[in-house]
Structure formats: C-alpha cells, structure tokens
Design a protein around this ligand. Sequence first.
Ligand code: TYD
Ligand code: MG
Length: 433
Amino acid sequence: MGKCPVCNSWESFSEEKAQTNNDLLPNNESFPQLLGKIANENNLRIPTGIGEFDRILGGGLIKGEVVLVGGEPGVGKSTLLLQVAGLISKKNKVLYVSAEESPQQVNFRAKRLNSDFNNLYIIDDDNIVNIYRYFEEYKFNTIIIDSIQVVYNPEIDNARGSINQIRKCAEFLTRFAKTKGVSIIIVGHVTKEGSLAGPKVLEHIVDCVLYFEPEPSSRYRILRAAKNRFGSTGEIAVFEMTSSGLREVKVLSDIFLPHKDNPVSGSCVSCAMEGLRPILIELQALVSKATFGMVRRRSVGFDFNRFSLLAATIEKRMKIPLAAQDIFLNVAGGVRITDPAVDLAVVCAIVSSFKEKKLEKGVVFIGEVGLAGELRPVSNIAFRLKEAQRGGFIKCYIPKGNVKEVDKGTYSFDIVGLESAKEVLNLTLGGRI
Ligand code: TYD
Ligand code: MG
C-alpha cells in the first residue's frame, strides 16, 4: 500500500517476512575455531543402560545426536525404545512422543516390561512444532519420536508419511537437536518390499542409523549399525523377544552354532567380523540332485552373487560336478554376513554336503577364496583366532598368507595355514577330493 489507512502517511510500510516454523530455531552461532582448542566434554555420552544398545551406538547416546531406528512393523522398535526411554529417564528428562499409539496403549505395553517408568514423560502429539514447544517448556534432553511416518510439520502441504513430509520433519528435528543439544531417536518403518518409504531418504540427514534385520521366523532380533558418525559401522547387537520385552543376548554361540557339538554334513563353522566384533557362525549347505531340469540356487544371509561365484570355483577348480545340483546355503541364526573371510566355510559346507561327509569336529574355517581356488589373507586374524579359542574350538584352518601375523605361542590350539581351498578339503575330509 502506498498510503497508510490509519495515519494517512505515504510510503510508511516496510516489508517483513512472515515467521515460519523453521525460524523457531536459532541459527547455529558458529565461527571459525581451531580444532585443537575445542574442549572435549567427557560427559557427552548418555549411557542407555542396555549394554548391547550402548555398544552399537559407540558407548551411549551423544548430546545433540540424531539416531534413526528402522525395521519392519512388529519387529520390536517401540518395545526397545520404550525400554531405553525408561532407563534413560532415571537420570535424564526424557519425552516419548507416541504418535502412533495413545498413552494408554503405551502404558499397557510398559506394564509388560516390568520396569520403572515413573520419570518418563509421554505425549501422543504428532505435530513436530508442538514437540519443540514442549521442549521449550520442559527442557527435555532426550526425545524419542515413534514414528517419523506419522508426525508432520504443518507448514508442509504434503500428506503425512510422504517423502517430502518425512524429509522436512527429519531436517527440522536434526536442526532442533544440533542447536539445542538434545539427543533425538527417530523410529522409521521399513516396508516389506525393502524400499522403505522413509528411512532410506533419511540416512544422510541423521548421525546414526540402526536397522533391525528382518528375521521373522525366530525370536531373536538383530540390530545392526548401518551408519554411525560417532562409532563403528557394521556392529551388531542381538536381542531376544520375551514376554517381558527385549532381552540382550551376550553369548551368541547358542544361536549361531546349532551343530557345534554334533556336526552334520554340510555344516561348517567360520568366524566373521561384524564391525569390531568377531562372531562365530555356522554356514549350512544343502546340495541335492535337481529334479526338474532347472537347478535351484538359494542363499539366505550370504550374498547371492558371491555364492554363485564360489559354486563356479568349486566346479572348475576342484572338478566337482555341481551343474546339475540344487544348492541351498543358509547362515544359521538369521544373521547376514558380508565378510569375505567366510568364503572358505561356504566352499567346505557345499563340498561336505555334496560328498555327504561331515567335516572335522571343533574346527573353524577362515579365509577368502579367490577365483583360482586360492586362499587369500583376511583382516583381523588375531581377533578371529581369539574368538575361536574362546568358543572352545580345537583347530583353525587359515590362509597361509596370514600365518606370519600369528603368534602361535598365544594360542593353545592347532593353527594350520594353507594355500588353497582344495588343500583344506583334502585335509579335513581325509583323502583326495
Ligand atoms: P512393537 O515393539 O510394537 O514393534 P514395532 O514398533 O517395531 O512395530 O512390537 C513388537 C512385537 O513384539 C509385537 O508383535 C508384540 C511382541 N511383544 C512381545 O513378544 N513381548 C513384549 O514384551 C512386548 C512389549 C511385545
Ligand atoms: Mg511401533
């Protein structure tokens, strides 16, 4: 307007931008500073009280950190986070934003967990701007959002759960966490198809991404750190779903080594590094003559392409006719292994099943197998050997290339370094294959 209708003065209007929700948050008042001069705050980590959860976070939640916990519906995300919220709230001010369930429903679940929730705040609001306002009033230092798919930012027109709404909400929450030093844990549902309408688009926004690996058939739940700015990735934690919530599983051998004491043909033990942690796992193969002309190959828990490559290597280098055989491969316990050091165990499991001969009892097979059937050295051999010894194994086949790194005096069991997978098989199956 040129003229003010109230005071009649001309050109007295000045333009001002309407306030948006983003303006609620102050900009980070940053300035260039020397990295070496930045004080290290020791009390930065908030331990959650669940040891395994803390371990994959890298020692606890960090002030201002945003963690995404993803997984299929029903896997136990809300259960885990309610347990975590209850434990942290003993010493911190925690808000559990239950946008999916009413406080009564959450309370019903809390009753099953036999834990103390007296200091935990809960709200069923789904407007993230309101959540920020509660923070201003109550000064929470940890906030849990369950889930990102049902919260919304009123400024964004898109529907709840749409990619745009999810991304904008996550950006708002991240900025909120960083500027106010609040730790925020976000739950994100992963759809059955795997292409999650949600979590995947958030991975680059948040600091830490934890996924529950799909293992619908068992009561065990595997949580894996897919990304962690403040810890190591690839770490896994195993939980068991009980009638009173999730319980951490510290001794993994019962789950992952079902045939440790009574080996069967086609089962073979190896030691894989998951993050910084060595775990003993059992590879199981089933080889049987194909009945309908078309051979079937399936692999569960191990990369299918790598499995096909190893099957081809066995056929060509060891002259074992697998072309007309169905081959199924499974990693016991439902864990997914990406470490190439289990190649040797895959090869041995397949040949053992084909020959219907058991492998030696109490032996661990470690080594990457190349296309020529050669055994290539693996990383962290000492960690793996120690774990094998701790697990009560009596012998270990390893790549010859690793032998010089091994101080045999520190181990009380047999360590055999060999050059090819074929040599290992000849030894372990007793005779020429
Ligand atoms: P939930 O934690 O709600 O999964 P999400 O939030 O990932 O969708 O549900 C986990 C499942 O576990 C549900 O089917 C019920 C079951 N459950 C138990 O077996 N024991 C318990 O103590 C609780 C709380 C749930
Ligand atoms: Mg839930």
